[in-house]
Design a protein around this ligand. Structure first.
Ligand code: NAD
Length: 491
């Protein structure tokens, strides 16, 4: 044990030290070391996958009826609910996120297990229309062992989003959480095992992506990888999956446009924009990080946005009043600062922020002020590259066709926000924007019942929704001959 945090990882049903390199996890608020773990090495991955394959093939799991398997998921949800306060505090310690946000993420994880349990109980197969003297049906079966790889920005929610449907599909799961933030994923692993999940069905293997993650993706015993993270990593994982002819789902990065039309409700748009980009300190795949404002209201609207951004409360995640908490790691904060500095050198106007806050309270934390830039064209690097920090770039637009072209001129296609009082404008633009999710007069709202995923370089496949479970299953067609006489060809 280091401090209050366990230093064991979950390998094929056993809690023990990993065989990989030491992994240090630090508080983003103070820089202090929270825990040092021995991470998982390739040997641990192998052990976890083998144990997973055995556990998934065990009739005690494989042959469970959907409503029986659903009971496991409900028990997990109950335990998450029971330990919600501790889980939120742990995630705030490890990721720096504000306590209000981590409470919401724990609630989301709990809700995910409950929703998936309900979806599983009510899932239906299909009898397909017969085209001959036979009955045809389509059934779904477990894949076996699923590799789940998650990033550091919202660990418990993104872990649950993969573990719940993968277990519902009858699989074993090997989870590889991000190296910066393993603690809450390990705590979730403890609760899941305490809920009575048969050993071997879940492993939690923190470790470096290039070692532990890579070994997991390449392991011949892994039948699917579900990945959330950056586009470059996703592309590399997709290439390995192509070689293995293995299904893969990729939830990747974004540079999402939000659009403010002159007839928008100003208060709603201002509040939505601030929340959409500065909550989670901008460390959100769907952060509305490019705002297009109609030129008839541009200066007035952006000035007010800047004024309000300057009033956001920047502070430690443990303070319930905090709106903008530290970033997840000091190295990440420095990367964000360097991107803003490059934009400034390239001619961007810094309307607010553009630096770390000053004062003793901020000295040791990975803080960065909410930042708004403008004065650069849409093809500037700061408008095209994902910053993954509290940085918004504002651009004016005059004409709808030009707006749509600019909004779509991005390799990404994850999300979009539209602020307008006219439902026809909203509908027209929503259908023309290349994005997996469009929010109209709201932003960054999520529902487990609604499919989520990206277009273009933002990803492949969809999570959530009733169909989310099917993404973790293999489809099989069955023909039942109903004719008494032999097939005519041979005779
Ligand atoms: P990352 O790609 O660096 O890492 C994500 C995970 O992949 C980590 O667990 C990491 O250890 C692992 N990894 C790294 N290299 C690997 C490899 N070669 N093989 C296997 N695994 C490997 O991303 P990050 O910096 O942790 O997270 C930020 C990124 O995640 C941003 O781009 C963000 O937009 C994206 N993200 C997307 C979504 C979504 O749902 N679309 C949600 C959250 C975050």
């Amino acid at each position: 044990m280091t401090g209050a945090f366990a230093d064991e990882i979950l390998v094929g049903g056993r809690w023990r030290q990993g065989t990989g390199e030491p992994l240090e996890t630090r508080s983003p608020a103070t820089g202090e070391v929270l825990a040092v773990l021995r991470g998982a090495g390739a040997a641990d991955v192998d052990e976890a996958v083998r144990a997973g394959a055995v556990a998934a093939a065990d009739p005690g799991w494989r042959d469970l009826l959907p409503h029986e398997r659903a009971r496991h998921l409900v028990r997990i949800a109950d335990l998450i609910a029971e330990h919600a306060g501790d889980l939120a505090a742990l995630q705030t310690a490890d990721t720096g996120k504000s306590i209000n946000e981590t409470r919401a993420l724990v609630a989301s994880a709990q809700g995910t297990f409950r929703y998936v349990a309900a979806a599983l109980e009510t899932m239906e197969g299909a009898l397909t229309p017969p085209r001959g003297p036979y009955l045809t049906m389509s059934v779904h079966e477990p894949i076996g062992v699923v590799g789940a790889i998650t990033p550091w920005n919202s660990p418990i929610a993104s872990d649950a989003q993969k573990i719940a449907p993968a277990l519902a599909g009858g699989n074993a799961v090997v989870l590889k959480p991000a190296e910066w933030t393993p603690l809450v994923s390990l705590a979730l692993g403890r609760l899941i095992m305490d809920a009575g999940l048969p050993p071997g069905l879940l492993s939690v293997l923190p470790g470096p992506g290039a070692v532990t993650g890579d070994a997991l993706v390449r392991h011949p015993g892994v039948g699917k990888v579900s990945f959330t993270g950056g586009t470059a990593t996703g592309r590399a994982i997709g290439a390995v999956a192509a070689q293995k002819i293995m299904p893969v789902s990729l939830e990747l990065g974004g540079k999402s446009p939000t659009i403010v039309f002159p007839d928008a409700d100003r208060e709603q748009a201002l509040a939505g924009l601030l929340f959409g980009v500065f909550s989670s300190s901008g460390q959100s795949c769907v952060a509305g990080s490019r705002v297009f404002v109609h030129d008839s209201i541009y200066e007035e609207f952006v000035s007010e946005l800047v004024r309000r951004a300057g009033k956001l409360r920047v502070g430690p995640g443990t303070d319930p009043a905090t709106q903008v908490a530290p970033m997840a790691a000091h190295a990440h904060r420095d990367r964000v600062a360097a991107m803003v500095d490059r934009a400034r050198e390239a001619g961007a106007r810094v309307r607010c922020g553009g630096r770390a806050p000053e004062g003793e309270a901020y000295e040791r934390g990975a803080y960065y002020l909410p930042t708004i830039l403008d004065g650069v064209p849409n093809d500037a690097p700061i408008c095209q590259e994902e910053v993954f920090g509290p940085v918004l770039v504002a651009l004016p637009f005059a004409d709808e066709d030009d707006l749509v072209a600019q909004a779509n001129a991005s390799v990404y296609g994850l999300a979009c926000g539209i602020w307008t009082g006219d439902y026809r404008t909203a509908w027209r633009v929503a259908r023309r924007i290349e994005a997996g999710t469009v929010w109209i007069n709201t932003y960054k709202q999520f529902s487990i019942s609604t499919p989520f995923g990206g277009m273009k370089d933002s990803g492949l496949g969809r999570e959530k929704g009733r169909e989310g479970i099917l993404g973790y299953m293999r489809q099989k067609s069955v023909y039942w001959g109903l004719d008494d006489s032999p097939l005519p060809w041979a005779g």
